[in-house]
Design a protein around this ligand. Structure first.
Ligand SMILES: Cc1cc2nc3c(=O)[nH]c(=O)nc-3n(C[C@H](O)[C@H](O)[C@H](O)COP(=O)(O)O)c2cc1C
Length: 298
């Protein structure tokens, strides 16, 4: 009753690990899968290894977390070993990639396909690194070119992860409409100031906001894109409870991803949410989780 198929990827439940949390290392990805996640998305991987920014790279506040990690990652050559370890759990592993050009995305996507991932997620949305992420993902023509290049060459599903930091999400979602699915949303660009040091908290000044504070933003993007364009959507942003996951699905998401909540609740958050979703379905007399997808869209 919880199983769900997303762009042909069969998931035992709609709950996936979001890119960037516990997912540069094969053993931690495997642990997350064994503790109840139906799939994991790797940290976003680039062509070369990248150290990221100097600390401070995170700032915690009541409503969530501000981060500017700076896309630190081991590079495409080194992620293969980690992916093979994660795959020992017998569940789907999705490879997240970032680049500056269609060619870079293609190189990374082809390498991921050779590593036998179940799909690739294009990071068109990181809000704090120059020349990639949201800078690429806010140019509709470039988004269209990247997606069509990958769709023309890869045989695994291609997901586009979009930014909330754009003036028209529908324009970008339309440009990415050749994707097998859209992932909404990445972090919301934000900032914090240390009032005693009298300077920005993060070394990069600006960061990306995640956690409960962004849930209404994510719900609105999922709803709006589902209503206007009706693509396959994976919802992400501020999910901490079963009710949050159900809300995203009713707004139009076929599956959801969870990130920041792991820092507060640990990896058991997956089994807790899974149990809560199953109980909700039973209480409401709903046979399959797929029946709730988009029911709130009017
Ligand atoms: C520390 C941290 C690192 C992240 N790194 C990535 C990343 O590499 N690629 C990506 O697409 N999203 C990344 N994200 C964004 C998350 O995948 C997710 O879209 C966002 O945090 C909202 O979900 P959440 O509130 O459940 O965390 C990162 C988020 C955090 C908190």
């Amino acid at each position: 009753m919880l199983s769900q198929s997303v762009a042909g990827i069969v998931l035992e439940s709609p709950l996936m690990l979001a890119s960037g949390i516990l997912d540069q290392n094969g053993y931690t990805m495997k642990r997350v899968l064994e503790s109840g996640a139906a799939a994991v998305v790797t940290k976003s991987i680039g062509v070369e290894p990248r150290e990221g920014y100097f600390p401070p790279i995170v700032s915690v506040f009541e409503g969530g977390l501000l981060n500017a990690v700076g896309l630190s990652n081991p590079g495409i050559i080194h992620i293969g070993t980690e992916i093979s370890i994660a795959k020992e759990a017998g569940k789907p592993v999705i490879g997240s990639i970032f680049g500056a050009t269609p060619d870079e995305f293609l190189r990374l996507g082809s390498a991921m396909e050779d590593m036998k991932v179940s799909g690739v997620e294009l990071n068109l949305s990181c809000p704090h690194v120059k020349g990639v992420g949201a800078e690429v993902g806010s140019d509709p023509a470039l988004v269209k070119q990247i997606v069509s290049t990958l769709k023309g060459s890869l045989s695994i599903p291609v997901f586009s992860k979009l930014s909330p930091n754009v003036s028209s999400v529908l324009e970008i979602a339309t440009a990415a409409s050749d994707s097998d699915g859209l992932v909404l949303i990445n972090t919301v660009k934000g900032m914090a100031v240390d009032i005693y040091a009298r300077r920005p908290v993060l070394s990069n000044m600006y960061g990306g906001l995640s956690g409960p504070a962004i849930k209404p933003v994510g719900i609105r993007y999922v709803y709006e894109v589902k209503k206007e364009l009706d693509p396959v959507i994976i919802g992400v942003g501020g999910i901490e409870t079963a009710d949050d996951a159900i809300e995203y699905m009713m707004a139009g998401a076929s599956a959801v991803q969870i990130g920041t909540a792991l820092m507060k609740h640990g990896i058991s958050v997956f089994s807790t949410i899974k149990k809560g979703v199953a109980e909700f379905l039973e209480k409401e007399g709903i046979k399959s989780v797929s029946e709730i997808v988009g029911v709130a869209v009017q």
